[in-house]
Write a protein that binds this ligand. Structure first.
Ligand code: SF4
Length: 439
């Protein structure tokens, strides 16, 4: 029964009060309501049923959405021409409200598809030398003074490094990243790494090899290039203005110099950032613009994994939505760069990883340097579910998605140990252990 109270509304449109005139006591006890001064679009109640009507548009929301779409249209037009976002535009992207987040992802996705289509490149990390670093980068579990219970070992043999790379390549990786802790390589270290590069290239000439060995001195990038390395990674990590807050043993300028040395030697410059260290929006935009200015071909975006035993332990500042905004900002600032979802994607993006892949074009397969990633099969399921194309895979490269087949997208843990209450799983498999790698 619906009964409209014709008396003067006292509580505004769309409000309700108990029926007082035509229901019996039982109905009143059941809480039957009558509508008082309903406005257009408010729900209508019929007996115990609430009937939804078309909601009233909110002009403030429409205006904001209109402004946001106008900005996104400009960013897409620039991005498909390979033109970077301005500083003001990049800051506006980071300020996008949650209500407009899917429009932002769609816009960044249009730029991504312009340059990379639906393809995803898989990268594989081989940690050649773990822990015991003399540098003091606050975010790093391998830093001087770190009490994080990470694996610590000296240089892998060439055979072990090539075997680890082989496992990643068999899993679908098309770039292998050879990483060593430390301030930078000695010439003897470089001799080891050039042998590893040669060993991998002999077996897999079509697979890219990227070295990441810290600060390079004069002539070292040339040696890597001569050995067949394709790229060199050295992240800027954060803005110049805040670099001293995250490291005191070397400077931002040292990192810039190494990226320039790598590029000067003909190596593809790979350099990225870490988000979630307490930086401001301005810092994130500054580092993205600096990466663009340096000509970084590939840009890893890391989300802080705050290990227990490091100064940033317990720093969980990121939300999945914030991560998407950061990725979109980097995509618009560096529209043609290979944008890589790097460390922390599983724990920070969580169920929004598929949306992140609409923006990024590359991920690490398997584990990270000192923490475990989700199971390699879960990564492949993720790509299949999103309809992405794995670069270099057989056939058309499309990961096989079987309708209705259950997937394993939950993080599958290896033998790793959870670090305190953080949920970070310390790597206990792959290089430096006797346990099979996650690939
Ligand atoms: S980021 Fe590199 S240089 Fe810094 S502490 Fe970690 S391993 Fe050492």
């Amino acid at each position: 029964m619906v009964s409209r109270d014709r008396s003067t509304p006292t509580r505004g449109p769309g409000t309700w009060r108990k029926q007082t005139t035509c229901c019996g006591p039982a109905q009143r006890a059941a809480g039957h309501l009558v509508e008082v001064g309903r406005g257009a679009g408010a729900p209508r109640r019929e007996g115990s049923l609430v009937v939804n009507q078309t909601p009233t548009p909110r002009p403030d929301v429409l205006d904001r959405a209109h402004d946001a779409r106008a900005l996104f249209d400009v960013l897409v037009a620039q991005g498909v021409r390979g033109e970077p976002a301005t500083r003001a535009q990049a800051l506006a992207v980071l300020g996008t409200p949650d209500e407009d987040l899917l429009d932002l992802v769609a816009a960044a996705g249009r730029v991504r598809r312009q340059w990379f289509g639906r393809r995803v490149r898989l990268n594989y990390l081989v940690n050649l030398k773990s822990g015991l670093c003399p540098e003091d980068c606050t975010y790093c579990s391998q830093r001087l003074g770190s009490t994080a219970q990470v694996l610590k070992y000296s240089w892998l043999s060439t055979e072990d490094a090539v075997a680890a790379a082989r496992a990643g390549i068999a899993g679908g990786a098309r770039r292998v990243c050879l990483v060593a802790s430390g301030r930078g390589p000695s010439d003897r270290d470089l001799t080891r790494v050039t042998a590893m590069v040669g060993g991998i290239k002999t077996e897999h000439a079509d697979v890219e090899v990227c070295a990441c060995l810290g600060l390079l001195r004069e002539g070292q990038a040339e040696r890597l290039a001569a050995a067949g390395a394709d790229a060199y990674n050295h992240n800027l990590n954060t803005s110049e203005a805040t670099y001293a807050d995250i490291c005191t043993t070397h400077e931002y300028a040292d990192r810039v110099e190494t990226v320039e040395r790598a590029r000067g030697a003909g190596l593809s410059p790979c350099s990225g950032l870490i988000a979630g260290m307490g930086e401001s929006d301005e810092d994130l935009v500054d580092v993205a613009l600096a990466l663009r200015a340096l000509g970084a071909d590939s840009v890893p975006v890391n989300f802080l994994v705050p290990f227990e035993g490091t100064p940033l332990a317990g720093t969980w500042d990121l939300t999945p939505q914030r991560c998407l905004r950061i990725l979109a900002m980097v995509r618009f600032v560096c529209p043609t760069a290979e944008l890589r979802l790097a460390a922390g994607r599983e724990v920070h993006l969580r169920s929004l990883q598929p949306l992140a892949l609409e923006i990024a074009s590359s991920i690490f397969l398997g584990d990270y340097l000192t923490s475990e990633g989700q199971a390699a099969q879960a990564d492949l399921d993720l790509l299949a579910g999103g309809g992405f194309v794995v670069e270099g895979a057989d056939g058309d490269g499309r990961a096989a998605a079987v309708p209705g087949e259950p997937t394993t997208t939950a993080v599958a843990r290896g033998a790793g140990a959870t670090s305190g209450e953080t949920g970070v799983t310390v790597r206990r498999r792959g290089p430096g252990t006797s346990v099979a790698p996650n690939a």
